[in-house]
Ligand binder design. Structure first.
Ligand code: NI
Length: 171
């Protein structure tokens, strides 16, 4: 495994729609493992391939607690097929070090994806960190960032702040 270099806002790859994965080979497995290593190293709970410069529909999530065994989930070509309700919660993003916002997300989702073997999987998540993380990471695959989910006013405030303080890479 190898740690990958993170991409930070506003790098172009973060703003693009990622491509569907059609072959499930060792290169996909290696990418997923490297993404997990990178995510754990950065103390993140989720990471999408565009955040390491790869425009493919792959994302990894692990919401297990610090003292619990790791419970990584690799999602390939994920799609939300049902969603209900809404809930506001605090979010961060590895592509925006030190930046946190309250974001409104669906409260319950049913997500369909493929695992590393290319097998179809369905997963339901409700209210918790996993539900929020899945929505945040799927947005990354569509080139949508959590600041795009803010009200217009808050988004403008962020952009103004970013212009002044810029360069998120140095936190
Ligand atoms: Ni993110």
């Amino acid at each position: 495994m190898a740690k990958l270099r993170l991409k930070y806002y506003p790098e172009q790859v973060l703003l693009q729609k990622a491509k569907k994965v059609t072959t499930f080979d060792s290169s996909v497995r290696k990418l997923a493992n490297d993404m997990l290593e990178t995510m754990y190293d950065e103390n993140g709970v989720g990471l999408a391939a565009p955040q390491v410069g790869v425009s493919k529909r792959i994302m990894v999530i692990d919401v297990s607690g610090e003292d619990d065994p790791n419970e990584p989930i690799v999602f390939i070509n994920p799609q939300i097929v049902e969603k209900d309700g809404s809930l506001v919660g605090l979010e961060g993003c590895l592509s925006f070090p030190g930046v946190f916002f309250e974001v409104r997300r669906a409260n319950r989702i049913l997500v369909k994806y493929q695992n590393l073997a290319g097998k179809d999987v369905k997963l339901q998540a409700e209210g918790d960190l996993l539900c929020r993380a899945i929505q945040h990471e799927i947005d990354h695959l569509d080139g949508v960032l959590f600041v795009d989910r803010l009200s217009r006013l808050k988004r403008e405030l962020f952009k103004r702040w970013f212009k002044k303080h810029g360069n998120l890479e140095h936190g």
